[in-house]
Write a protein that binds this ligand. Structure first.
Ligand SMILES: [Zn+2]
Ligand SMILES: [Zn+2]
Length: 334
């Protein structure tokens, strides 16, 4: 089968012909129907310090997928059947550690990551642990199914913030930032303001429901935001998040900075009496249930932000479009 492989600890990825994996005990074999590109995949392509710390090549990358179940191997507590369309939760939890036991499986202490720490789904076939597979409602558009993972991140971000009736600034309108705009609107934010340098994604921000979008936040909004959702990982945006949030406001940190970012603790944490929370992933399965509901009832329409489709073999072109910032979500099909 064709697969996009990280072969060595250097920038780049290669398209290879490898054998179809066979599912181990407790795993599914799926035929990939669609896979969307995540910012993480770009980090792996570029071989950033983050990738260096997380990836041991060779590995098939790609974690945002939808696949048709061909084989179910072993105990099947989730009731998955042949022919089901499943997506994979990226955070493969152990089920035994403290966090797993208290219901925080998404931040498992022994977490393995699909398409990062083990072979993923930029391929014609993939194996997925049954315990981290999500059976899709077939009324949801196929293209949206692979993007539930980032929408899940956004929904978890918005839930942690508590946006109802609040003025919300979203810094960074990459795919997950765009999802955060849509999720904040769906959950009753009074006003959602999107911030992004590139014009293309600002216009997508509008399409996803932002009331206002800017490349630079107008001065009148400094210290006025009830909530800031930091989705970019950009050091300037992180600084702005602290400037824009009102006294006693809330910041949710989601975007991963490429290097260490200094923060003025006295000025922000003490003087502004802020609440700062972070999000890593989405709750398993509470957030997935919510995501499915939002997609089923049309409260979030991902089709507006799925801007490009490429055959898997053209992944290199797709990666370049993603890096240009002139896109929303990109879906690869084998
Ligand atoms: Zn992702
Ligand atoms: Zn665990």
């Amino acid at each position: 089968m064709l697969a996009v492989v990280k072969e060595d600890k250097v920038p780049g990825l290669v398209l290879k012909n490898i054998s179809i994996p066979s599912p181990k005990d407790g795993e599914l074999l799926v035929k990939i129907k669609g896979a969307s590109i995540c910012g993480t995949d770009i980090s792996i392509y570029d071989w950033t310090p983050w990738a260096e710390g997380h990836i041991v090549p060779p590995i098939v990358i790609g974690h945002e997928i939808v696949g048709e179940v061909l084989k179910v191997n072993g105990k099947n507590p989730r009731g998955i059947k042949i022919g089901d369309l499943v997506s994979s939760e990226t955070h493969i939890f152990c089920g035994k550690c403290y966090q797993c036991k208290i219901g925080n499986r998404h931040i498992c202490e022994n977490m393995e990551l699909f398409g990062i720490g083990r072979d993923g789904g930029f391929a014609e076939y993939a194996t997925i642990p049954i315990r981290t597979s999500w059976k899709n409602d077939k009324s949801i558009p196929l293209e949206a199914m692979s993007s539930q993972e980032p929408l899940g991140n956004a929904v978890h971000v918005v839930n942690k913030a508590g946006v109802e009736g609040k003025t919300v600034l979203v810094t960074g309108l990459g795919p997950t930032g765009l999802c955060a705009v849509a999720a904040a609107k769906a959950k009753g934010a009074k006003k959602v303001i999107g911030l992004n340098r590139g014009e293309y994604r600002r216009s997508l921000g509008k399409k996803m429901g932002a009331d206002e979008v800017y490349d630079k936040l107008p001065a009148k909004y400094l210290n006025q935001m009830d909530i800031v959702l930091e989705m970019s990982g950009n050091p300037d945006a992180i600084k702005l998040a602290f400037e824009a949030v009102r006294i006693a406001g809330t910041i949710i940190i989601f975007g991963i900075p490429k290097k260490e970012v200094p923060v003025d603790f006295g000025k922000y944490f003490i003087n502004k009496e802020l609440t700062v929370k972070s999000v890593f992933g989405r709750r398993i399965w509470d957030t997935w249930e919510e995501v499915s509901e939002l997609l089923r009832n049309g409260k979030v329409d991902l089709s507006k932000m799925i801007t490009h489709r490429f055959p898997l073999k053209d992944f290199e072109k797709a990666m370049n479009v993603m890096k240009s910032g002139e896109c929303g979500k990109i879906v690869l099909t084998p």
